[in-house]
Design a protein around this ligand. Sequence first.
Ligand code: NAP
Length: 314
Amino acid sequence: MKIKMNRLKNLIKTNELEGKRIIVTGCSYKPIEHVFTNLIDGDLSHDSIFVESEEMKINIGTATAFSLAAKGATIHMVSRSIERLENIKKAIVETLNISPKKIEYSQVDLLDEDEVKNFVYEIKKDKPIWWYQSIGLGAGAYKVKNDNPYLHIEDIPTELLEKESQIVLRGTHILMKALLPIFKNQFEKFGCETRIVIVSSMSAVRGYALGGTHCAAKGAISRYTNAAMLDFYKKKIFVTDLRPGAIDTGMYDNEFVQKSILEIDDEYNGLWREKFRLAPPISVGESAAQIFTNSGHITSLNLVAEGQFPHEGS
Ligand SMILES: NC(=O)c1ccc[n+]([C@@H]2O[C@H](COP(=O)([O-])OP(=O)(O)OC[C@H]3O[C@@H](n4cnc5c(N)ncnc54)[C@H](OP(=O)(O)O)[C@@H]3O)[C@@H](O)[C@H]2O)c1
């Protein structure tokens, strides 16, 4: 195995997002239970931080917090674990050598309307606020059997069908409604547009037999995002649907998920039995930085690992 290139430490620092406060939800990490390597150079496909000397795989929200902090933004991270948020803050500040003042965090249950209202009331409004939404089922939001949402139709518990769509849609809509009055005012107040990125998934646009819950849930958030984009662009609020493929955040570490993924890949090119193909979380962070700094409006962005089935639509 190759020595891992430290992609987080090597992020190029710029000031392109200086003066923006970006809310990044779903920031977390997981212990490493399986190690995957990239198809092309054999480098490790996860990005990691150390928590009390234990190496942890970072997820999409955390990687994005790193990428946007490197571009000079003030980051406001959100999840339900204050301890994990504090550890992520420490890792970002130490790795990127930036001021701790630029990394803020709040413990918020995004399904709780009162908590969300309070969070939006309390957040500092001295800079334009932008938003990156990356919540999912992970980290105990709802216990999926074997942590595997990729199931044949006959095996899908009805509750999972409801929960997977409901958590992400409800958590997004509640925060959207709470932030909208701020967003609508930002052009007048600061003379700048508002940008929003919502993470759905490639599973929103391509189908597979084991996608009865996952494709349905990702399709729902993707269509919601599309409606928001069409509703808000007239108000100088620009929304992007970011659709990652398989990303090495730990969700593929367990054998049940791996077995399902191999079955899914068999419907495409069937190459994963040779080698799994997962993109690093920082690749999604880099895409977010591109979307937030682009002088145009990127309406949607699809991203897969090198060598993952790149099919859009099934
Ligand atoms: N990993 C992939 O391969 C992949 C690919 C495409 C799309 N995606 C999607 O991208 C998103 C992020 O993926 P990930 O792998 O980074 O997932 P993850 O590690 O499971 O992160 C999901 C985050 O959502 C947070 N969350 C869940 N319910 C919440 C609530 N009620 N309030 C506040 N936070 C809540 C969790 O935080 P706490 O539990 O700590 O509060 C957790 O940090 C998900 O929607 C996922 O489906 C992932």
